[in-house]
Design a protein around this ligand. Structure first.
Ligand SMILES: Nc1ncnc2c1ncn2[C@@H]1O[C@H](COP(=O)(O)OP(=O)(O)OP(=O)(O)O)[C@@H](O)[C@H]1O
Length: 294
């Protein structure tokens, strides 16, 4: 099973929200990582066939998704950024309603709704009105509705926004537990949402893919390493000219700086482990930032 994005572009008057993107997606968890406005939602809306690309194609198993039409939508599960739920319904009635829209047979739907509510830990509150739910509970219900038709492709747009760290953790556990035979695409601007669960990360910036691959591959592909240096406060600011400072901790007259640059910025500098956060910071550094690769 594969989803092939071929030279996709989406223009809104003078904005190229998605700019000549080509990528091949296979089963596993794929993290679509980019800052706000990178073009993630636009890309996702094209992948769900809700929006037509200005140019390019999307092929599901070699067939154009717009030609497959309903056949494609039957294998797709989608959780938009703001999914429409009915606050006065309870999860049982809400999912029953969605199942009828998706034309799932009532006997199949009944069993599936029970399984899903148990999987997302909402079975105990199946008769409670959704308006009494926390943000995390609502997002879990959103996942359940996206999974109702047992989709082969599951697309989740910023599913962790509004969740607290504990809820985000549980959400990641849930995603990891989903069958590995699905293509699961999760868009986010939060590195920790995808760092430990994604098989593949797609780094998006200003409508383009900057890099894609495993976390280790992305780390290897940046031309900088991380270094830690203990320095005195007067010297500390000079390091800002040498690389991208990712953290600094003051202790008395000293400061411990963590910096991204190509080579050791000082004889005292010791190498530190690079992370996906470093990759994200490197690609999203501001043009105005004094940045010199040593
Ligand atoms: N319907 C539209 N009309 C005009 N411009 C749009 C439209 N939709 C998106 N854009 C622009 O396209 C760019 C990409 O937006 P998009 O929503 O795809 O990014 P994103 O990465 O999903 O960000 P966010 O997480 O903030 O939604 C932005 O500059 C946005 O303003």
């Amino acid at each position: 099973m594969e989803l092939n994005l071929l030279d996709l572009t989406k223009e809104f008057s003078d904005i190229k929200a998605v700019d000549h993107i080509s990528i091949n997606l296979r089963p596993g968890i794929i993290g679509l990582l980019g800052e706000n406005g990178a073009g993630k939602t636009t890309l996702i809306r094209m992948m769900t066939s809700l929006m037509k690309p200005s140019t390019g194609k999307i092929l599901f198993n070699d067939q154009d998704i717009y030609k497959l039409n309903e056949e494609y939508r039957n294998v797709l599960g989608y959780l938009p950024q703001d999914f429409g739920y009915y606050p006065d319904l309870n999860p049982l009635d809400y999912l029953g309603y969605i199942a009828s829209i998706k034309a799932i047979q009532p006997s199949v739907a009944k069993r599936r709704i029970k399984d899903l509510l148990q999987a997302v830990s909402l079975w105990e509150v199946r008769k409670k009105k959704i308006k009494k739910f926390s943000g995390g509970m609502i997002q879990r219900l959103g996942i359940a509705q996206a999974l109702l038709n047992d989709p082969k492709i599951l697309i989740l747009d910023e599913p962790t926004s509004g969740l607290d760290p504990e809820e985000r953790y549980r959400f990641r556990q849930l995603l990891s537990s989903l069958a590995s035979d699905k293509i699961i695409l999760l868009s986010t601007h939060i590195v920790s949402d995808v760092e430990h669960i994604a098989d593949q990360i797609i780094l998006m910036h200003k409508g383009k893919i900057l890099d894609s691959g495993s976390v280790d591959e992305l780390i290897q592909n940046i031309p900088v390493r991380a270094w830690k240096i203990k320095t005195d406060l007067t010297k500390a600011s000079s390091f800002k000219l040498n690389g991208l400072i990712t953290s600094s901790n003051k202790t008395g007259d000293n400061e411990v700086i963590r910096i991204l640059c190509k080579d050791a910025p000082d004889s005292e500098a010791v190498p530190d482990e690079c992370t996906l956060e470093d990759v994200f910071l490197f690609y999203n550094r501001k043009k105005s930032e004094p940045y010199v690769i040593l």
